[in-house]
Design a protein around this ligand. Structure first.
Ligand SMILES: [Zn+2]
Length: 409
């Protein structure tokens, strides 16, 4: 009897498992897709709206056009909104009014409303690393390109009129492209902006020098556009600010300054770093059609002259940073950074310190250190102009040490 009863129990269990009850149906079904968040970034030239999904989805949407309302139909049965995906996102920045999301059994409808008919581009970005699958819409600010070109032309005209040198400072990353991450939520894009602003402020104190930032806010700029801004403003120097990270480089510490290599880096670690920095366009999101000639290389006299001066600038910056800050020098290096490809001016990329080194991230976060770094880099710029045979005036107090150091050589 006991045997039979246990048999019955086993058969009963087996039937229960085989039966297509609601429980087993739930276990077999893939988890529903989540629209995890809806975000917007306001940049001078455009407003970017980003939809994050827990997994890739099919969507019907125009690639580009001119519209007052843009509707994207997402096909994903059972899709649910996440906590950061509000039904209505009020952007109201004069480029985009509101973003509406609604759900039905077949999927979701994402709708952007603009105050006037506006040019837009919509594209998908595959997920990877810690990035989700995204649908991105860039809405051009009406007249932004004309205004930006006019602004840069007036910077160039003032520079000519006042006979000053123009240094363009490029805070790396921005917006959706956070750059490297350090402990405690420290993001490279925030450190680079803080240091960039300090450097600009210091340089603007030097008679005969003017500084301008490629971005003075939290938004993304494609790599090629960063040096194009500098070209349009007729820059004399271009300095891109970044933070290193030992996730990609072993246990690291210290500062290094790069200039462009035409044939790639000799050291694999340097090439890896350039690859990571060059991936910013993929992380930050550039429509695939826009990535055409990022890696164009021009072998000519201007290129070589710019490279020679870039090396001199890199040396001058590193000398001043490593002599007065508590950060060791890792030296001057070369690699194929996309952001350094202009032939119009010397350009360098400063890897300030390691954002995931516990000691260095404390410094990178510290406004006092950021200011010191800005001062030292500014001293390096002044020293560069001296060495290049085109000296500039030196402000009385902030850069006295730099001037003395240069005169002493
Ligand atoms: Zn970077």
């Amino acid at each position: 009897m006991r045997m039979e009863r246990s048999h019955l129990i086993v058969i009963g269990l087996a039937l229960a498992l085989l039966a297509p009850g609601p429980r087993s149906a739930r276990a077999d079904a893939p988890p529903p897709v989540t629209l995890t968040s809806v975000r917007s970034w306001t940049a001078p030239a455009n407003t970017r709206v980003v939809f994050d999904f827990s997994s890739p989805v099919d969507a019907v949407m125009p690639d580009s056009g001119n519209a007052v309302q843009l509707v994207i139909r997402v096909s994903a049965p059972g899709i649910v909104p996440g906590t950061n995906a509000p039904g209505v996102l009020a952007v109201r920045d004069s480029t985009v009014d509101t973003v509406f999301t609604s759900f039905d059994p077949q999927g979701a409808v994402l709708a952007l409303h603009m105050p006037t008919g506006t040019m837009f581009r919509a594209f998908r970005l595959a997920g990877g690393d810690d990035k989700p699958f995204r649908i991105v819409v860039d809405v051009a600010r009406p007249t932004a390109q004309v205004e930006e070109d006019r602004r840069l032309a007036s910077v160039a005209a003032e520079k000519r009129r006042d006979r000053v040198r123009l240094v363009v400072i490029d805070p790396g990353h921005g917006g959706d492209d956070t750059g490297a991450k350090g402990p405690g939520g420290t993001l490279e894009k925030n450190v680079t902006l803080a240091v960039g602003r300090d450097l600009a402020e210091e340089l603007n104190k030097v008679p005969g020098v003017r500084a301008m930032l490629t971005r003075d806010g939290d938004f993304f700029i494609p790599l090629r556009q960063r040096y194009r801004i500098a070209e349009k403003a007729h820059a004399d120097l271009f300095i891109s600010i970044h933070c290193n990270s030992s996730h990609r480089r072993g246990h690291g510490s210290g500062t290094e300054v790069y200039f462009l290599s035409l044939k790639g880096a000799e050291d694999q670690a340097d090439q890896d770093l350039a690859d990571v920095e060059n991936a910013a366009d993929l992380v930050g999101g550039v429509p695939p059609q826009a990535e055409d000639d990022v890696v164009g290389v021009l072998y000519n006299v201007r290129r070589n002259a710019a490279l020679e001066r870039s090396q001199l600038l890199a040396e001058s910056l590193l000398d001043h940073v490593s002599s007065e800050l508590r950060v060791e020098s890792r030296g001057i290096k070369q690699a194929g950074f996309a952001v350094l490809k202009s032939v119009e001016f010397p350009s360098v990329l400063v890897e300030t310190a390691f954002i995931n080194n516990p000691r260095e991230v404390r410094m990178l976060r510290d406004p006092t250190f950021q200011r010191q770094l800005g001062k030292q880099l500014a001293s390096g710029v002044v020293a560069y102009f001296e060495k290049a045979g085109t000296p500039v005036g030196v402000a009385p107090d902030t850069l006295r040490s730099a001037a003395q150091a240069v005169r002493g050589q």
